[in-house]
Design a protein around this ligand. Sequence first.
Ligand code: CTP
Ligand code: CA
Length: 226
Amino acid sequence: SARPLSEQVLQGLRVVVTAGPTREAIDPVRYISNHSSGRMGYAMAAAAQQAGANVVLVSGPTSLPAPAGVQRLDVVSADDMLAAVEQSLAEGCDLFIATAAVADYRVRLKQAHKIKKSNDELALELVANTDILAHVATRQLASYCVGFAAETRRVEHYARDKLERKNLDMIIANDVSDTRIGFNSENNAVSVFWHDGTQTFPSQPKQALASALIELIGQQRRIKIK
Ligand code: CTP
Ligand code: CA
């Protein structure tokens, strides 16, 4: 950044970012997951680091290299991600940004051996994972909490519902019904909501968008904290 260090929006702050998908094991060779590439989360981590923060990136499996200057903790399942997040927050956190596409459910009983093909039907019993973001926000483990929401309809309604329900400071929503943006795409467009405001960001490369979002987060965080 061309700005003097003292003017960087996250100068000296401790930031924890979650990113990527999680994998929920069915047996030793199979899992349940989703199409998250991790790109938006990695872009947010890189932008936070460039804005002067000390960044820990808790990442599910992705094919991306860790951004320069960012400490990455690799995890696989949602339970692993929760444990790594709790460990990362233990020494205090100024800003928590949850971009991870955490699997909402895991298989109740992970099989120790590969499930053999037998019947025409196979039922898997799923149980809910802990909501990592809601856990962090409701316990106030970070002084400012930002969530992401991928929605296919009624974007503002569902995003504001998550903002309230999870006790967040800000939520960044993208409309994934438009297949040109969001999951696995180079560009992204979002609408951001906080308690007394909103701002929309037009479709642009994820790294440019992440820098603009970090600027907004830094400004709103200062308004809340001061
Ligand atoms: N999130 C999380 N832990 C989970 C599920 C979600 O930390 N177990 C976080 C995501 O990282 C994201 C936000 O919560 O920042 C919203 O995720 P999303 O899947 O959109 O919301 P859900 O509450 O799971 O609702 P639904 O999937 O039904 O839309
Ligand atoms: Ca979910």
